[in-house]
Design a binder for this molecule. Structure first.
Ligand code: C2G
Length: 437
């Protein structure tokens, strides 16, 4: 019996896929079809897959050509599959010519001509709503959103607004964004989603105007130094039934969800201590301290909860800017320490000590691809990891895309109470600081 194997994502199943499976089956007697798993596709940068794995498998099954369907879960699985299923020929479309030649050591490699004039990409472009993003900025930096938005179906940063012409010109030149606007209302009008990426003192105003106009808003937290103002914006977004989402990419990346699972599910026992440090060297951004604090406080709130019993802090500052702050939170069973430095060298890391294990995330932990688990009484370190490129923005935009297609304006990744709690903490620090002054 001649056994054949072929692979694919088979998203938005079309005639090209059907033809390929038909011809692969005709090539032998028994056809094994590998359908890509969701993690594998995400890992290889294919983030715009629309159909679920179950739907894609069902569509392959319906053709009646597959004798066996397997899931392709990781890079390099193909060799193991060829050996395991005792494959004679590997069949794939000629868009892959040459890419799998190294497999000819294990079986016969066959590249078949693709069906012309049809592709999942084309169907996606024709089928999905297009969302134009407009970015508000006061310095020439896009936080990688231009590149990352393109990886999600239907999303593109098309517009940029700044009240400084030089910034607009430089931004357009650097990121190749289609339209520049000197008039904010005009940009709101031309966009479906506004990304507010500017100094903390300006955020509230820009967000308020965009929400008022009924546009979805993505913003860098915190929105201001006032939790009342955040409440007001949350209410307005509800009234207008639009998405009001904070840019905290960490909560959307896989390893963070693994970490949450381990800590909340009791896998490292009772948590005794949460330690988190974050620092940057950026003399140009005056309120960077608050931006960094939000990034560090969110995992604390997620893992330790909102109900600490006591909170105190110490700051050291240079002129008007906080250079270093150490925040100390006492919870029922454990405690949390957050160290934030601006132009002070602090090693970025998160350490969570539990009665049954310690978790460590190092370096740029807010976009981490891995964490370590150390268990008491063992020298073994377990590594949990996933692979992705970029800064994780695409996962946040993908979440936004899901919300839009499900007609849902609330995200389960960051809850309102969590954002409000963080706003309260920062407000408290800010007030005390002024009392010191
Ligand atoms: N195909 C085709 N004609 C088209 C479109 C696709 O013949 N117009 C073929 C592809 O060449 C491939 C199969 O249909 O053999 C599945 O295509 P995709 O779903 O695009 O899968 P792909 O991303 O090519 O994944 O490990 C995964 C594999 O390497 C292939």
């Amino acid at each position: 019996m001649k056994k054949i194997i072929t692979y694919g994502t088979f998203d938005l199943f079309h005639k090209g896929h059907y033809n390929m499976l038909k011809r692969a089956k005709e090539y032998g007697d028994y056809l094994v079809v590998g359908v890509t798993g969701e993690n594998y596709d995400v890992g290889r940068g294919k983030l715009n897959v629309y159909d679920s794995l179950a739907t894609r498998i069902e569509n392959v099954q319906k053709t009646g050509f597959a004798d066996e369907i397997i899931v392709e879960e990781y890079l390099g699985q193909k060799i193991g599959d060829i050996i395991k299923y005792d494959i004679d020929s590997f069949v794939i479309g000629d868009d892959w010519v040459g890419k799998f030649d190294h497999l000819s050591k294990y079986c016969n490699m066959v590249y078949l001509e693709r069906t012309k004039g049809i592709s999942s990409t084309q169907i996606r472009e024709e089928t999905f709503n297009q969302y134009d993003i407009g970015i508000v900025c006061d310095f020439v930096d896009d936080n990688q959103i231009v590149k990352e938005a393109k990886l999600v179906n239907g999303f593109e940063v098309k517009n940029v607004y700044s009240d400084d012409n030089r910034i607009l010109d430089a931004f357009k030149e650097k990121y190749d964004v289609k339209n520049t606007f000197e008039d904010y209302d005009a940009m709101i009008e031309s966009s479906d989603i506004i990304y507010v990426h500017c100094d903390i003192n300006e955020r509230f105003n820009y967000i308020y105007r965009a929400l008022k106009a009924g546009k979805h808003v993505l913003y860098d937290p915190p929105i201001s130094f006032s939790s009342e103002k955040l409440k007001k914006l949350i209410e307005l977004s509800k009234q207008k039934n639009v998405i009001f989402m904070e840019n905290n990419k960490m909560v959307h990346i896989y390893v963070f969800n693994q970490l949450l699972w381990m800590t909340q599910g009791g896998l490292i026992g009772d948590i005794l201590s949460f330690n988190c440090s974050i620092s940057k060297n950026d003399i140009t951004r005056s309120n960077l301290f608050y931006d960094l604090s939000v990034v560090a406080l969110l995992p604390m709130i997620k893992i330790m909860g909102e109900n600490y019993e006591h909170f105190d802090f110490q700051v050291s500052k240079e002129g008007d800017n906080i250079e270093f702050a150490s925040m100390n939170f006492v919870y029922g069973k454990g405690r949390a320490i957050i160290n934030v430095g601006n132009n002070v060298r602090v090693d970025n890391q998160i350490e969570i000590i539990g009665t049954k294990g310690t978790i460590r995330m190092k370096d740029d932990w807010w976009r981490s691809k891995s964490f370590e688990l150390h268990t008491p009484g063992s020298n073994d370190v377990q590594l949990f990891n996933t692979n992705f490129e970029g800064n994780g923005f695409k996962y946040l935009i993908r979440e936004m895309s899901r919300m839009l297609s499900n007609n849902r304006v609330d995200s389960k990744s960051i809850f309102e109470e969590e954002s409000l709690k963080i706003a309260e903490i920062l407000e408290h620090i800010r007030k005390q600081r002024y009392n010191y002054d």
